[in-house]
Design a protein around this ligand. Structure first.
Ligand code: CAA
Length: 257
């Protein structure tokens, strides 16, 4: 499939989505939003894909929603079109998604990265929610996901001032899982994604589902939900294979990958 604003390529069992509007630091316009969602939906129903990586360029993962596209719009237009509403589809998809971030991840760019299951970043990464400087506010989850990930104090400061966080601070704050040298970021993200894609899909999808649900329901409900999913996995061929392979001291060959 050929897109106008992204590149989508199969790397083994991984779909690599590269945001590709380098001339505007991958500013997220309506076309790009539609194409990212389309590529993710296609990966969801593609048996050959077990994990997705979303990345940008060395300079920018994405510098936010496209300001030039938003500038002429008024309330009625964005309300009727439910501007940014399409992005709600991303966290609802079920296969694991990794954000590999180098350079700027600002505004909607930071929010897109936070919609992914986790963020790997390079030492050049800069995260921020600068919407306040434009007289607006985050609209793709910046006040919600950032607060859950780094806590109210840091999220409030970031959202109210628009200041950027370095990769080191983002790792300390729990926004990213790991920081790697810039030149190694993509290889490392693809390696991690390939590892995940080599596992049993019912297992990785259930882990993702239960982990995400931890942000929405109580601890007791979450633990019960987790246990039901674990019990359900006892019904899969891959559970049988995984355990027998361990006992026979060999690598498992999962059927549902
Ligand atoms: N939208 C549209 N164009 C953008 C853009 C954006 N978000 N970010 C950068 N660009 C464009 C610039 O206009 C510039 O284009 P021209 O060459 O045609 O002038 C080009 O990308 C390169 O940018 P700069 O010259 O500004 O590059 P820099 O290295 O000097 O600065 C930067 C980099 C600090 C990231 C700066 O570009 C910047 O502040 N960008 C805007 C960041 C921002 O405010 N993002 C939030 C958007 S609102 C949002 O995302 C809403 C939401 O929550 C959904």
């Amino acid at each position: 499939m050929t897109y106008e604003t992204i590149l989508a390529e199969h790397r083994g069992r991984v779909l690599l989505i590269t945001l590709n509007r380098p001339e505007v630091l991958n500013a997220l316009n309506a076309t790009m939003a539609g194409e990212i969602v389309e590529a993710l939906v296609a990966a969801e129903i593609d048996d050959a894909i077990g994990c997705i990586v979303i990345t940008g360029s060395d300079k920018a993962f994405a510098a936010g929603a496209d300001i030039k596209e938003m500038q002429p719009k008024g309330f009625a237009e964005v309300y009727v079109a439910d501007q940014f509403g399409l992005w709600d589809r991303v966290p609802m998809l079920r296969k694991p998604v990794i954000a590999a971030v180098s350079g700027y991840a600002l505004g909607g760019g930071c929010e897109l990265a936070m919609m992914c299951d986790f963020i790997l970043c390079s030492d050049t990464a800069r995260f921020g929610q600068p919407e306040v400087k434009l007289g607006i506010m985050p609209g793709m989850g910046g006040t919600q996901r950032l607060t859950r990930l780094v806590g109210q104090a840091k999220a409030m400061e970031m959202n109210l001032t628009g200041r950027m966080m370095t990769a080191e601070e983002a790792e300390r704050a729990g926004l990213v899982s790991r920081v790697v040298p810039s030149a190694e970021l993509l290889d490392e993200a693809l390696k991690v994604a390939e590892t995940i894609a080599g596992m049993s899909l019912p297992s990785t999808m259930s882990i993702r589902d239960a982990t995400r649900r931890s942000q929405e329901i109580s601890l007791a409900e979450g633990v019960r939900y987790e246990r039901r999913l674990l019990q359900a996995l006892f019904g899969t061929d891959d559970k049988a294979e995984g355990m027998i392979a361990f006992i026979e001291k060999r690598k498992p060959v999962f059927k549902h990958r």
